[in-house]
Design a protein around this ligand. Structure first.
Ligand code: BV8
Length: 261
């Protein structure tokens, strides 16, 4: 299939619409860009205020947490407050609707928010964990978040584990930590077995997640890439849609299933 590129205002090639409509299994991989239109700062934009002088990769590590638990916990609590105060957008909703049109849709996300679930998606594969889960850094005991939400940019001492007295950490996968094994295995299998892979809202720089695009390319899948910016994964795509996922995903849904319009 020749690759084609279109902006979010031009129409979807019939060949792509037919591939989606006829698909037995669609795999989708989302990144922080899919939550951007809900008002959640993308991963690399989430560094403002107190954290403006840090690189995400330098805050999202076990070493950063050990070095300054209050700085890291304050960042995650500020981000968790953002998640709790936002709603799913048209992109999340379109993916939940698409799952109702095909025999199988596997939704893989790098995002740590729950907007896919709140839009109606189920069995979401969270490669990088969840900001809504927390556990003890030392013993792993799950921690139930309190309702109080961090509103401003401030350091915040993490809670103390009720089991062992250790520090509570966010339930996300940090740089240098392994992805949850079963989740990763299932994501890889879905990309190997799918008919179409849709990649939306990711800069494609974090591995092993970013490797799924090349895996799909090697397996000669139909790949649709959605991002307002060019990415280094565009070369793998059968179709590059240059635009926001909140516009492009509903456009894909309407092109493949016009009866839903
Ligand atoms: C691993 C959770 C095996 C935390 C995240 C040295 C030692 C160890 C490992 C490494 C190393 N060097 C490299 C590595 C591998 C490393 C890695 O990939 N590093 C990168 C920086 C090169 N990976 C790991 O460490 C992984 N583990 O390899 O384990 C291992 C173990 C030990 C030793 C060796 C190997 C773990 C990676 C997981 C890190 N955790 N998140 C948190 O959220 O705080 S990753 C983080 O980045 C988020 O999950 C985020 O989703 C992800 C990717 O970023 P994006 O989602 O793409 O977001 P980003 O902001 O980058 O881009 C947003 C995109 O959206 C942009 O392209 C933008 O244009 C677009 N956009 C904007 N608006 C819209 C839009 N798109 C559509 N619509 C819009 N409206």
């Amino acid at each position: 299939m020749t690759s084609s590129s279109l902006t979010s205002s031009t129409s979807i090639p019939d060949e792509i619409a037919q591939k989606l409509r006829a698909a037995q299994h669609i795999a989708v991989m989302t990144g922080a860009g899919v939550s951007a239109e809900s008002g959640i700062a993308t991963f690399r934009d989430a560094l403002t205020g107190l954290w403006a002088n840090f690189k995400a990769e330098d805050l999202a590590t076990p070493q950063a947490f050990v070095r300054d638990p209050a700085l890291v916990w304050g960042w995650y609590e500020w981000r968790r407050a953002q998640v709790m105060q936002t709603q799913p957008n048209a992109g999340h909703i379109a993916l939940a609707a698409m799952a109702r049109q095909v025999p199988q849709l596997t939704l893989i996300t790098q995002n740590v928010d729950d907007l896919h679930e709140r839009a109606g998606s189920s069995a979401v594969l969270h490669l990088h964990g969840s900001i809504l889960a927390a556990r003890c850094f030392d013993c792993g005991f799950p921690y139930q978040h309190r309702a109080s939400l961090q509103q401003d940019h401030a350091k915040l001492a993490p809670p103390v584990c009720p089991e062992c007295g250790g520090a509570v950490r966010p339930g996300v996968v940090w740089f240098g930590e392994n992805l949850p094994h079963d989740v990763w295995q299932e994501a890889e299998r879905a990309v190997r077995e799918c008919d179409v892979l849709i990649i939306a809202g990711t800069s494609g720089v974090v591995y092993p997640a970013a490797g799924l695009a090349e895996l799909a390319f090697r397996k000669r899948k139909t790949i649709i890439q959605i991002n307002p910016q060019a990415t280094n994964q565009d070369k793998f795509a059968s179709l590059v849609m240059t635009g926001p996922s909140g516009v492009c995903l509903p456009q894909l849904l309407a092109a493949a299933w016009p009866e839903l319009r």
